[in-house]
Design a protein around this ligand. Structure first.
Ligand SMILES: [Zn+2]
Length: 533
């Protein structure tokens, strides 16, 4: 690792550039939750949005002032004044002032082609607008960052003009110049060359803003820092238009743990995974489990010989300690598993198998057989734990199924309605109930809960959070086997279970029952622990 004393500031634009992601629509409350999470991560600047452009952003700037962020500074984003209006008459410039943000980022074009063809103004007019807007806001006592839009493309097309725009911004008092790769197509060596060339002519600190259209946003940010930039812009989880922006969840750990740069967020990296997941959830997007550092699979090991290597020394298959970024090691159980995975997994669950000579090998045989049938335990830890606990004799089923029947009915234009009847036995008592649902699985789930609630009232706290079906041998057509994966949760805990059958209802039933059994087992285990003196 090369170390450096250089301090890098991190500028987050999740709430503005990240909000451009397909499928994201932040409410004001979502934005406040994200800002507070970024503050916990000690991100230096949080760009809150574009005041005056929509009521949600205005409300954000009003409400964030009441939140007492401990570290982060809130930044308002806007463009240069309109050509026909002075700053004092331009409502968007006034909205920036009224946002009361102490930091303001002003964006303007530095690519001549964009000035004349998109803005339809003269190159000189653009310089005047840049100067006026920055000078006006400086006069209002604000710190101003200048976003040089399309800088790398503009520099390639007409380096003289792009540097003139930057020069104007500096002479108006800009506190930082941010070089943007707005189209995201610039390569790392170009970034390095350009920054090396221009840095001595720029009298203020240089920041960078990269889009990820060529998959280079993180690499470009890192090389820019090595070439002289001291501030990096990016978004949580790499959100952003098209292919996204530089992913701060990858960038910050690289900056700190691979290059040894200092940054405030470097002291809060143990919160990284938690903040990343919280933001995925707030954005209502599936968390990227393959993301570097913060994914569920970032430190997951599947091959048996990897796991036996890890047991000797974790460095064998991990580039850093997952705890440094608030993540954890995960050992997957699969047909690639060896006995070491089973032992490791059991140990993680607090089960000691070392004295049970033949059990690990027996379990491995059983798991391999189930996997041949189509079961998969990587995302079904609940089913896996029950399997082990059953083998050790700790777990016995909480109820017995005596039978069920499901009827689907569709008449005329009404929605399909299903009814399930079910008979279960708990401690010799038979319970027979019926319930409806908008599908056979839902009807069955309702009927089962209704039958069990009298014996196990906690079943009402159980929620079904995900349901996935995968056809296993597609050539079999409608006679194919299916695998059902179900995710259930109770309070803050969640667990996955699995079922396999040629009948989708039966596969769903297996997964559903495992999920309920798992919850009841955990509850019993928990109260047994509490009763122990
Ligand atoms: Zn951008």
């Amino acid at each position: 690792m090369h170390t450096s004393d250089k301090k890098i500031s991190i500028y987050d634009t999740t709430l503005r550039d990240g909000a451009q992601t397909m499928g994201i629509s932040f409410s004001t409350n979502d934005k406040l939750i994200i800002a507070e999470a970024l503050d916990r991560l000690r991100i230096d600047y949080i760009e809150g949005g574009w005041p005056g452009s929509n009521p949600k952003d205005d409300q954000f700037f009003r409400e964030i002032r009441t939140k007492n962020l401990r570290h982060s500074q809130v930044v308002a984003f806007g463009s240069t004044r309109r050509k026909i209006l002075s700053c004092s008459k331009d409502t968007l410039i006034q909205a920036l002032v009224e946002s009361k943000a102490r930091y303001i980022t002003i964006v303007a074009k530095t690519w001549d082609f964009h000035v004349t063809h998109a803005l339809n103004i003269s190159l000189n007019d653009n310089l005047t607008l840049v100067y006026d807007t920055i000078a006006y806001l400086k006069d209002k006592g604000r710190a101003v960052f200048f976003d040089a839009e399309h800088f790398f493309d503009g520099y390639k097309a007409n380096n003289d003009y792009s540097l003139q725009v930057i020069g104007k911004a500096c002479s108006a008092g800009a506190d930082m110049i941010v070089l943007c790769d707005t189209n995201g197509g610039t390569m790392p060596q170009e970034v390095e060359t350009v920054i090396e060339k221009i840095k001595h002519g720029v009298p203020v600190p240089i920041g960078v803003h990269f889009h990820n259209d060529a998959g280079m946003a993180v690499a470009n940010s890192l090389i820019a820092v090595r070439a002289g930039a001291v501030s990096i812009q990016g978004t949580a989880n790499g959100y952003g238009e098209r292919c996204g922006n530089a992913n701060l969840m990858t960038l910050i750990p690289n900056l700190v743990h691979k290059y040894g740069y200092r940054c405030s967020a470097g002291h809060s990296l143990v919160h990284l995974t938690e903040v990343s997941r919280l933001i995925s959830e707030t954005a209502n997007l599936a968390h990227d489990e393959r993301a570097p550092y913060v994914g569920g699979n970032s430190f997951a090991h599947k091959a048996g010989f990897h796991v036996s290597g890890l047991q000797k020394n974790t460095k064998t298959y991990e580039h850093i300690d997952p705890a440094l970024v608030g993540n954890r090691r995960k050992v997957l159980v699969s047909e690639l598993s060896g006995k070491s995975n089973i032992l490791f997994k059991a140990q993680e669950l607090g089960i000691n198998l070392t004295n049970r000579a033949t059990l690990p090998a027996e379990l491995l045989r059983k798991i391999k057989k189930l996997e041949e049938e189509g079961f998969q335990f990587e995302a079904a830890e609940g089913s896996f734990e029950l399997l082990i606990r059953e083998a050790t004799g700790e777990y016995k089923p909480f109820f017995k199924l005596k039978g069920f029947r499901v009827i689907s009915e569709m008449s005329g234009s009404t929605k399909l309605l299903c009814e399930a009847t079910i008979k279960v036995e708990v401690d010799g008592v038979i319970e027979h109930t019926a319930a409806n649902g908008y599908g056979p699985v839902e009807a069955l789930d309702h009927a089962l809960r209704k039958a069990l609630e009298k014996f196990y009232p906690e079943i009402n706290e159980l929620q079904l959070s995900d349901y996935k079906v995968r056809v296993l041998n597609e050539k079999g057509g409608t006679g194919s086997a299916v695998r059902v994966l179900i995710d259930q949760k109770r309070k803050t805990e969640h667990w996955g279970t699995v079922g396999v059958s040629t009948d989708i209802i039966e596969a769903s039933w297996q997964a559903l029952v495992d999920g309920i059994e798992y919850m009841l087992f955990k509850k019993k285990e928990h109260s047994a622990k509490r009763k122990k003196p």
